[in-house]
Structure formats: structure tokens, C-alpha cells
Design a protein around this ligand. Structure first.
Ligand code: HEC
Ligand code: HEC
Length: 347
């Protein structure tokens, strides 16, 4: 998983690369919509966005991972489970600008969705982890997230005979750190939400999306949103600066370390305010938006994107059409749309 696409940052280079990207996307966009008859019959799967796979792998390992993900015994004092912040019934996140950490204070970053996470090329807002296992271990040991320690964590689950059986069934040997991390990752990779109406449209199904929604997709392409939000996850495969044409942090009382983006990780000045472009899959059910949860509605987020990332002030009707398109990206988990009340609930 994970492409190695990593587009340029830093103002001049970024601007030049950016126009190239726009041109390339414009080309592939037209190929996808005006392709040969054979292609039209086969749907629009050769375009800048591709459907999520429908063959999702479930295994003894992913089922074990599912149990671990929901088990508070993985945290210090049994107070948190991964699922407290990454709730399936709330689009894989928790609906808050910031979740509260173990110390009762807000975390530094908005909690991202756990759905389709396996399609991201790096993990976390700043992309500071390359594998799910590394990200998950950091979450387990972070004093303010799960606050765990491997010795007590493993002792806790080893005391449960059910776990002993489940680990033996999944791995053929005992309980250990690597198996815990592997099982969690296997579960996360199974959290795929296929069959969004937009994916049905890409597969060529008649009437899957309305004329307005299709118009919104055309605008998403023609204004250039697609140059950053594309691929199977409609994002999640690039690093980009937040604030290419305008400074979204101007006029704020104080910039936080989180606002610095990847700069706080790499120390490279070109990485100031650079973030992993987030996936827009299921975005209609994962408000609030942005790394700091500062955009409460999709309309706000689209407006902020247009101004800061594209140097455009969009008319209200255009924003509304793009938002309609974004609503078609809501998929299904275990056969139920995430848009249904409790769509991803304990199924
Ligand atoms: C108290 C809330 C909280 C808990 C508990 C929590 N997380 Fe998270 N999770 C977050 C936040 C906030 C981020 C974003 C951190 C960042 O970007 O630096 C995140 C990011 C992630 C990501 C990366 C998502 C992406 O799009 O890159 C994964 C995977 C993840 N968490 C898995 C887990 C697992 C597994 C556990 C349990 C071991 C867990 N989380 C527990 C809040 C939480
Ligand atoms: C140059 C790259 C780029 C372009 C172009 C771009 N975006 Fe983004 N988008 C980003 C980045 C980076 C973020 C994360 C910003 C942050 O860290 O807060 C983001 C965040 C978002 C979010 C919030 C997602 C979430 O889960 O919080 C939405 C919605 C969004 N973009 C939609 C759009 C739309 C619609 C357009 C076109 C009008 C667009 N973007 C153009 C890079 C881009």
C-alpha cells in the first residue's frame, strides 16, 4: 500500500509543480470522462479517483484486532480503548474538535477517521509514521492517549483465557507485542467502506449520483481540488502545504506547534505548515474538519480550501455543488451506509 508520490513543497517549487499537477490532472480527468465507448461501458475507473475495493479481508487476525481495538484493558487503568476516540458510529472519529487525553485536556490534533486508514501513504496529520504498526504502538504507549506499557498490557490480556485461545487461533503461538500490533493493523485494514454512490458512478451505474452531484464533481476537478485529493482515498497520498495562496494562520492569536505541520518533525523550513492531505472519503460524516477541527461545516472547509489552497473565492452555489459531490463519498460498513444513524455501530 502507499504510493511514493510526494510532491514538492516550498513556495516557488510548489507553485511550479502545482500548475504541472493541475495540467496532468486536467488531462487525466478528460480522458476519464470522454474516453472511448469501450471505456464508458466499463465505467470511469481509469480516472483520478478510483473505487474502494469491495473484497474486504476478514481473518482470525482482524477479528482479534477488533477485540483489542475495543478493549479498555489496553490502556493505563483501563480508562480508554482505541474505539473511544475512533468510533465507528461517528464516522470513525468522535465528532469533537479535539478529543480529551488521559490527563483530561484536549489533544493537539483533531482525531482522524479510522475508516479506510490502510489506504493512506503515511499516518497522522503530519504523516510521521510509515506503518500502521508503528503508529499504533505510539498510540498505545503515548502517556496521554492509551498510556500503556508493554509488560502490564501483555500481562493484562494474557490473564484472559479467551485471548489466549484467540491468539493461538490467529498466530499458532502465544501472546506478544508483534501479534498485538499485527492484529490491530489487520483490523484497521479491514475497516474499508465500499459502495459509496460515487464509487457506483465510477463503476458506470446509471443514476448513482444526481446531475447536481456530478456538476459538483466537475467543479472539484476544474477548480483543482482533485490535484491534491485524488486516488482511491480521495487524498491520503501526498504532503502539501496548508496555505499556498493565502495564510490560514494569519490573524490567529497564536500559532500552535501543531500548526507548524511537518516542520515540527523534520526541522526543514520547507515543511512549515505541510500536512498529509486528508482523505475525503466519508467526509460528510466526520465533522469538524482540518487538523485543528476549526471548520465546523463542509461549506466552511470548502471555502477555506478554495481561498488558501487555490487562491479562489467561490460563489455560494459552487460551494453548495461541491458539498453535494462530497456527500456522494459516504460509503458502507458491513452493508450499512455510514450516513444512516449509527451506520457503523457495533456491527
Ligand atoms: C484519546 C483519543 C484517542 C485514542 C484513545 C486513540 N486515538 Fe488514534 N488518533 C487520535 C488522534 C488525535 C490522532 C491524530 C494524531 C496526529 O495526527 O498526530 C489519531 C490517529 C490515529 C491513526 C492515524 C490515522 C490516519 O489517518 O493517519 C491511527 C491508525 C490510530 N489513531 C489508531 C489508534 C489505535 C490503534 C488506538 C488504540 C491503541 C488509538 N488510535 C487510540 C486520537 C486517539
Ligand atoms: C494544494 C493541495 C490542496 C488543494 C488544491 C485542496 N486541498 Fe483540501 N486539503 C489539503 C490539506 C493539506 C488539508 C489539511 C489541512 C489541515 O491540515 O488542516 C485539506 C483538507 C481538506 C478538507 C478537510 C478534511 C478533513 O477531514 O478535515 C476538505 C473537506 C477539503 N480539503 C476539501 C477540498 C476542496 C473541496 C478543495 C477544492 C476547492 C480542496 N480541498 C483543495 C490540501 C488541498
Amino acid at each position: 500500500m502507499g504510493s511514493s508520490l510526494q510532491h514538492g513543497r516550498g513556495s516557488g517549487v510548489a507553485a511550479a509543480l502545482f500548475s504541472l499537477m493541475l495540467a496532468a490532472v486536467a488531462l487525466s480527468g478528460s480522458a476519464a470522462t470522454e474516453g472511448t465507448p469501450g471505456r464508458a461501458a466499463a465505467g470511469r475507473t481509469g480516472g483520478p479517483i478510483t473505487p474502494l475495493p469491495t473484497n474486504i479481508e476478514h481473518s482470525a487476525r482482524s477479528r482479534l484486532g477488533e477485540r483489542l481495538f475495543h478493549d479498555p484493558r489496553l490502556s493505563r487503568g483501563g480508562r480508554f480503548a482505541c474505539s473511544f476516540c475512533h468510533q465507528r458510529e461517528k464516522g470513525g472519529a468522535d465528532g469533537e474538535s479535539f478529543s480529551l487525553g488521559l490527563d483530561g485536556r484536549p489533544l493537539e490534533f483533531n482525531t482522524p477517521t479510522i475508516f479506510n486508514v490502510g489506504f493512506n501513504f503515511r499516518f497522522n496529520w503530519r504523516g510521521n509514521f510509515r506503518t500502521l504498526e508503528d503508529q499504533n504502538e505510539a498510540a498505545l504507549l503515548d502517556p496521554n492517549l492509551m498510556g500503556g506499557r508493554w509488560d502490564s498490557l501483555l500481562a493484562g490480556i494474557t490473564a484472559d483465557p479467551d485471548y489466549e485461545k484467540a491468539f493461538a487461533g490467529a498466530y499458532g503461538d502465544g501472546i506478544g507485542r508483534e501479534h498485538v500490533l499485527d492484529a490491530l493493523a489487520a483490523y484497521e485494514e479491514s475497516l474499508v467502506t465500499p459502495n459509496a454512490r460515487f464509487d457506483q458512478y465510477l463503476r458506470g451505474e446509471q443514476g448513482a449520483i444526481t446531475k447536481d452531484e456530478e456538476h459538483g464533481y466537475q467543479l472539484f476537478k476544474s477548480y483543482g481540488c482533485i490535484s491534491c485529493h485524488q486516488g482511491v482515498n480521495v487524498g491520503g497520498n501526498l504532503f502539501q502545504k496548508f496555505g499556498i495562496f493565502a495564510d490560514p494562520f494569519a490573524g490567529r492569536p497564536a500559532s500552535t506547534e501543531a500548526d507548524l505541520g511537518r516542520f515540527a518533525i523534520t526541522g526543514n523550513p520547507a515543511d512549515r505548515h505541510v500536512f498529509r492531505v486528508p482523505s475525503l472519503r466519508n467526509v460528510a460524516v466526520t465533522a469538524p474538519y482540518l487538523h485543528d477541527g476549526s471548520a465546523g461545516s463542509l461549506e466552511d472547509a470548502v471555502d477555506i480550501m478554495a481561498r488558501n489552497q487555490l487562491g479562489l473565492t467561490l460563489a455560494k452555489p459552487d460551494v453548495a455543488l461541491i458539498v453535494k459531490f462530497l456527500h456522494t463519498l459516504t460509503g458502507e460498513f458491513r452493508g450499512h451506509s455510514l450516513a444512516e444513524p449509527a451506520g457503523g455501530a457495533a456491527r
